[in-house]
Design a binder for this molecule. Structure first.
Ligand code: NAD
Ligand code: ZD2
Length: 480
């Protein structure tokens, strides 16, 4: 639809008033973004930026979007997951703080909760397709937007879009069909977009992995900033955000008592650490699976039992994957789980769970209990409860991380967007991280907001530990 010159595809514009109320409350909980709006008021560092954003369309993301706009940017947005959109937030962003349903004054948003795969990729293409000049910045979460531009340009150059293999994931088949139609209609669309983008800022671990792979292959079309590995992002959002939102998703999805139960957490990285703490906080006995001896030893030292999945399954009441890897829980594992055990994933993609194998299992039956909660019935009558079809359940079954921790992450996103947009000449087609001083600046803002008192180094102390009184306070190789 298009109204007031704003193109959009959202579930219900009438939900905007509710969305605006929650955005207003969220602003109070996002001091980093509000501080950046004040710091750059009247400066408009992003004037001229045309940002295409692919990131869960939540209340928190709405505050990020409106911060980018307040710094002068034009923005188009889609969600990076078919279940993570909060429809009232999407509607409020289309209307903007001063618009109305008749006269929207916000930004184009193409996102609604419960998109099909075809709709998801349609939204992603719309988000990247501007009238006139294309985007000159991408803000990505998981790398789907970056992949669409890169694969589109690659296939335009080759003059052909490959056919999918029969056992390719449905996502990939849908993706190739979208590109087949696009390349047939305009054989240079994605090449032109790729050439016009000054840089991409990537939110999450899995998207960052994809960027380093592109860079290693010499295929990166533009510079990239790895926002995930800002300390004030991954050591906070990935851990403390999950500590809050994992249990939220399980409770809203199943209302099953977690206390006294046995929970298996696959992966003990930043997300796995938050997941284990979240479940232990509810009184679960947590068992961790890991492939990395260092993270496994951390789990053991944190008091968790460390086992291989197949040895933990017989007693598991919940199994949660957090690895960023694929094929972690296969249908053979699922067939051995306890009756009505809960299976969920909080990694970025659903391929951590063998959902295709489950759907193909002979005699399997799917009973939808409610949206994003399915009971899968095996022929022997044993059933498992799968959340959000294996997609990240904290956003599919709940509302994701709370505002305060997303303020940390999104402050880094805004800083990274300004860096790449205004200092393009300083960046090559490589993957960069933000300097430690900016990381410490984000931490300082949020510590102040929590009422924390920072101790000041004396000049002598600073010299003794060989740092500047004003920081950076740690070496580049320091591990927080
Ligand atoms: N749901 C959310 O809100 C949210 C938030 C942040 C990150 N993420 C996503 O969560 C995933 C994990 O992120 P992270 O920052 O914790 O990554 P990480 O690399 O810190 O941790 C992943 C851990 O999984 C382990 N692992 C890999 N394969 C495994 C396997 N087969 N079995 C057991 N362990 C295995 C690795 O050794 C590693 O320790 C990524 O996909 C990331 O994008 C989701
Ligand atoms: N509330 C949220 N809004 C937007 N994205 C969210 C929210 N909670 C988790 N995420 C996922 C982003 C996270 O930084 C990641 O790395 O995946």
């Amino acid at each position: 639809d298009t109204r007031g010159g704003i193109e959009f595809a959202v579930a219900d514009l009438d939900a905007a008033e509710f969305g605006r109320k929650e955005i207003r409350l969220a602003e109070h909980e996002m001091p980093g973004l509000m501080a950046l709006r004040r710091e750059y008021a009247e400066v408009y560092p992003l004037r001229g930026a045309r940002i295409s954003g692919s990131l869960h369309m939540t209340v928190q993301t709405a505050v990020l979007i409106e911060t980018l706009v307040s710094l002068g940017a034009e923005v188009r947005w889609a969600s990076c997951n078919i279940f993570s959109t909060q429809d009232h937030a999407a509607a409020a962003v289309v209307l903007g703080p001063h618009g109305s349903a008749e006269e929207p004054k916000g930004v184009p948003v193409f996102a609604w909760k419960g998109e099909s795969l075809e709709e998801y990729w349609w939204c992603t293409e719309r988000m990247l397709t501007w009238d006139g000049e294309g985007p000159n910045m991408i803000l990505d979460d998981g790398g789907d937007a970056t992949m669409l531009v890169h694969k589109g340009a690659e296939y335009e150059k080759a003059g052909v879009v490959p056919a999918a293999d029969a056992d390719d994931p449905d996502e990939w088949k849908v993706f190739l069909e979208l590109l087949r139609a696009s390349v047939a209609a305009d054989g240079s669309k994605w090449t032109t977009i790729g050439a016009g983008v000054r840089g991409v800022t990537e939110e999450t671990t899995t998207g960052v992995l994809r960027l380093y792979q592109l860079a290693a292959a010499g295929e990166l079309l533009f510079p990239a900033i790895n926002v995930n590995d800002a300390v004030t992002k991954s050591k906070f959002d990935n851990r403390y955000g999950i500590r809050h939102s994992l249990v939220d998703g399980i409770n809203r999805g199943t209302d099953v008592l977690i206390g006294g139960k046995v929970a298996v957490v696959c992966g003990y990285g930043d997300v796995g650490k938050g997941a284990a703490e979240s479940l232990r906080g509810q009184g679960a006995r947590v068992i961790v699976t890991e492939i990395d001896p260092i993270c496994a030893l951390q789990a053991a030292m944190d008091g968790y039992q460390v086992k291989r999945l197949e040895n933990a399954l017989p007693e598991a009441d919940l199994v949660i994957t957090t690895t960023g890897n694929k094929d972690v829980v296969m249908v053979e594992h699922m067939a051995k789980m306890k009756h009505q055990a809960i299976l969920g994933n909080i990694g970025h993609f659903d391929n951590e769970l063998d959902m295709a194998g489950l759907a193909r299992y002979p005699g399997i039956r799917r009973v939808t209990i409610k949206p994003q909660v399915d009971e899968w019935v095996f022929p022997n009558g044993n059933t498992i409860i799968v959340l959000s079809e294996g997609r990240l359940l904290n956003l599919g079954n709940a509302t994701g991380h709370p505002s305060f921790v997303m303020s940390n992450s999104f402050s880094n996103q805004v800083i990274a967007q300004i860096e790449l947009f205004t200092k393009q000449a300083e960046y090559d087609k490589e993957v960069y991280r933000l300097p430690k001083k900016l990381d410490e600046k984000v931490a300082r803002i949020h510590l102040d907001a929590l009422g924390g008192e920072l101790t000041k180094l004396t000049k002598e102390q600073a010299e003794y530990i060989d740092v500047d009184v004003e920081g950076p306070f740690k070496s580049e190789h320091y591990r927080y």
